[in-house]
Design a binder for this molecule. Structure first.
Ligand code: ADP
Length: 257
């Protein structure tokens, strides 16, 4: 039940009554649960056929492209791209519904933030060699260790950096930074891309929200997953940005006390 209490006072400010409001949210919770179970089941069921469809298209593209007319080859390439986009969408949906349902176990350990940042740098090394984008890391020597699930937080950082990489242009610069504020370590992923308009800065953490005119073919689920992972760690995530001046995504992790 959700309930609220309101005091009613007369003209003389004396208490003349109390309104007690009770709202039964059991049904609402059941519907939420059903919805999340459905998304989980549907995405799970779609994964297997999509994987084999993807493999067939990949093989066809590899074997038959020499014998196909240019137009058919284009069609096959379009099918290849769409299948892989759908696979990414279904995987993201499945991850998100599992996290929301609390069905993904967090494996906490006490780790150095630099270990996480180094890992992310390794993941993107190849991409960075191909593009004129600089990825720099800045961490104070005395930064305390944090309590985190290393794989999940690496996923968050990887997602933020991969977004940044998609939005920065040539002479792109992405910075990974961290410092302590009170009981938390703040981790920053800063880029010099186009920025995010004010009215989107809260909304982009919701499922499927993408900035109009700035979509780059993603699923619109990445930041929603980041938010759930950070929330499970007891932290928060937000973005600061002004259009044309890049974006800074920040999230907090508890210091290992
Ligand atoms: P996706 O990247 O798959 O669209 P996300 O949830 O990761 O989904 O991001 C949602 C939207 O937020 C993106 O579509 C884009 O409009 C905006 N966005 C995210 N990161 C950045 C960034 N570094 N710079 C500019 N816009 C961004």
């Amino acid at each position: 039940y959700l309930f609220s209490v309101t005091a009613i006072r007369g003209m003389d400010h004396n208490l003349s009554g109390i309104v007690l409001l009770l709202r039964d949210v059991t049904r609402l919770k059941e519907v939420e649960q059903l919805k999340s179970d459905f998304v989980m089941a549907a995405s799970h069921e779609l994964r297997t056929p999509l994987t084999s469809l993807g493999m067939s298209v990949d093989l066809l593209l590899e074997h038959a492209s020499g014998t196909l007319a240019a137009k058919d080859q284009e069609l096959l390439k379009a099918a290849h791209e769409e299948v892989h986009r759908m696979k990414a969408l279904v995987n993201d949906l499945l991850d998100l519904s599992k996290i929301e349902a609390g069905r993904i176990e967090m494996e906490y350990e006490i780790i150095q933030v630099i270990t996480l940042f180094d890992h992310v740098r390794t993941v993107f090394r190849h991409q960075l060699e191909m593009r004129p984008v600089e990825l720099s890391v800045e961490i104070p020597d005395d930064l305390p260790r944090v309590r985190a699930d290393a794989n999940k937080i690496t996923w968050v950082l990887t997602n933020l950096v991969s977004n940044a990489l998609r939005y920065v242009g040539s002479d792109g610069h992405i910075q990974l930074k961290a410092h302590r504020i009170g009981p938390n370590v703040h981790l920053f992923v800063q880029d010099n891309g186009p920025g995010i308009p004010q009215e989107y800065q809260l909304k982009i953490f919701q499922k499927f929200v993408q900035v109009k005119g700035q979509e780059t073919g993603g699923t619109g689920l990445g930041l929603a997953i980041c938010k759930e992972i950070v929330r499970a760690h007891g932290g928060t995530i937000w973005v600061e940005s002004s259009q044309g001046n890049g974006s800074t995504f920040t999230f907090t992790l508890p210091v290992n006390a």
